[in-house]
Design a binder for this molecule. Structure first.
Ligand code: GLN
Length: 500
């Protein structure tokens, strides 16, 4: 048995049935890391010793019947912008090259309470700003399907680690597509939950009103089970929502028993395809794959039709105004005093601040801080920041209108498959525009999932995105699961290579 090819839930079962030990599962992932890391660079930190020790402890608690969750004993990788107690957390930045948190993010705590074993921390765009993982201070991650291509970003390390079998599942964070886009580029499943569903406590903030943690997994079943494990109201995050209170008076769709939605059925579901998403910038092969997925939904009994979403052209400028504004404020705390890096030589307090921030932050982060400070400055606040907030409200309204007619919206996840390494950063505006299909989901606080739906001629995966109304993750999971069953399980990269 190739342990590393199992999904998280399959592995959890085998561990429970004593077919595989927790240590064997961990060693299987560590072996993949040994063999592939030099090529892919998915991780910033791998803590073998701590993971091995934890595997032993978890095994004992499984054997004693204390740990019964589906993820007990399953090795996981965590994006490096989530605090992990005692384990280096760099956020992909030189600024935090020596930051070892004294506490863990709530999502990480929940995974650990369920018995998952953290292998290490994955590579990412610096402070989650980027779409390729090339802005990391720790070198770019490569796409396991084709090494010359990016894995997407900003959670590119997590996506590549899952695709390469260097972990069984991973956590990512999504401010404007950073779970869904790399998942799509690497041929895995990724979900951004409704804002407020997963606690942001211990997630190093980028755009606080947009950030959500979510699952990155081999299949939809894993995605549902991971979400069920990490979701939940948390008093430590004031934007966290008590969904249990909500689900008492509804049809059952808004509940948090996400794995209950793993049923094959989309009969009668109304799925809308935004006509305005299928315009010039969309690659022909991606378009064909996504429309092919729409056809599969129809064959499974859904009612699929096109509609006009509107405001699509305004989503990118509104997002980059709001995200940069929030980032410029959130990143003020990195001043060489409280955390991480401090410059070696300085004359006074101000020169210490200036030199620390000049040396600690990379180019893309500085660009966002400058843009954010500009749109928040007096005289420009109304013209840019406030206007962007108004556009955000209009985008939310456009989705509200769509969900009066449709259960779900089907769209591409990204306009192209993974670009070549080195081809994106030279033109930031072009890179920002490529987020067009993912960012409005964050602006409107909605849940979105991406599922692999095809391959390009060049051998790169393509993902189809499903978007739901607030709290409708179960509808997304049910539809995505139905699609995955109908389309057949997506291969892992090495299987694909072996088949050739
Ligand atoms: N690419 C987008 C950005 O750079 C989204 C990043 C994210 O979701 N963290 O802001």
């Amino acid at each position: 048995m190739d342990i590393w090819k199992l999904s998280a839930v399959e592995l959890g079962k085998k561990i429970k049935e004593k077919e595989v030990t927790v240590s064997e599962a961990l060693e299987a992932a560590l072996l993949q890391i040994e063999e592939k890391e030099a090529d892919y660079n998915c991780y910033i930190t791998v803590d073998r010793a701590a993971a091995r020790e934890r595997a032993q402890k978890v095994q004992k608690r499984i054997d004693s019947g204390e740990l019964t969750s589906a993820l007990a004993g399953v090795p996981v990788a965590v994006k490096d912008n989530m605090c992990t107690q005692g384990l280096l957390t760099t956020c992909g930045s030189k600024m935090l090259e020596n930051f070892v948190p004294t506490y863990s993010a709530e999502a990480v705590n929940r995974l650990e309470a369920a018995g998952a074993v953290i292998i290490g921390k994955t590579n990412m765009d610096e402070f989650a700003m980027g779409s390729t993982t090339e802005t990391s201070a720790y070198g770019a991650t490569k796409n396991p399907w084709k090494k010359e291509h990016v894995p997407g970003g900003s959670s590119g390390g997590s996506a590549a680690a899952v695709a390469a079998g260097e972990c069984f599942f991973a956590l990512g964070s999504d401010t404007g597509g950073s779970i869904r886009q790399p998942a799509s580029f690497c041929g895995i499943v990724g979900m951004k939950p409704t804002y407020g569903t997963v606690s942001r406590y211990g997630l190093i903030a980028y755009g606080s009103s947009l950030d959500q943690i979510g699952p990155m997994s081999r299949d939809v079943t894993d995605c549902a089970v991971i979400l069920e494990t990490i979701a939940g109201c948390d008093k430590k995050d004031s934007t966290s929502i008590d969904r249990k209170a909500l689900s008492m008076n509804d049809s059952g769709w808004t509940g948090m028993d996400f794995s209950a939605a793993l049923r094959e059925d989309v009969r009668g579901m109304r799925i809308g395809i935004p006509r305005d998403y299928f315009t010039d910038g969309l690659d022909d092969e991606v378009k064909a794959s996504v429309l092919g997925a729409a056809k599969t939904f129809e064959e499974c009994g859904a009612r699929v039709e096109e509609f006009d979403l509107s405001f699509v052209d305004y989503a990118v400028p509104a997002y980059y105004t709001i995200a940069a504004a929030e980032a410029s404020s959130n990143l003020e705390r990195f001043d060489g005093v409280k955390y991480g890096y401090r410059t070696a030589g300085y004359e006074d307090l101000h020169s210490m601040y200036r030199k620390t921030r000049s040396e600690g932050f990379g180019t893309e982060v500085k660009r966002r801080i400058m843009l954010g400070s500009f749109v928040l400055s007096s005289g420009y606040y109304d013209a840019y920041y406030l206007k962007a907030l108004r556009v955000k409200a209009l985008i939310k309204k456009a989705f509200d209108r769509a969900f009066e007619t449709y259960d779900l919206i089907l769209a591409p996840t990204a306009p192209t498959a993974a670009p070549r390494l080195g081809s994106s950063l030279s033109d930031p505006i072009q890179m920002y525009l490529s987020d067009v299909y993912t960012i409005s989901v964050n602006l409107a606080g909605l849940p979105g999932i991406t599922v692999p739906c095809g391959m390009t001629q060049a051998g790169l995966p393509v993902g189809v995105q499903l978007i739901g109304n607030c709290f409708m993750e179960k509808k997304l999971i049910q539809a995505a699961y139905t699609y995955e069953r109908a389309a057949g399980k997506f291969p892992v990269p090495s299987e694909r290579r072996g088949a050739k």
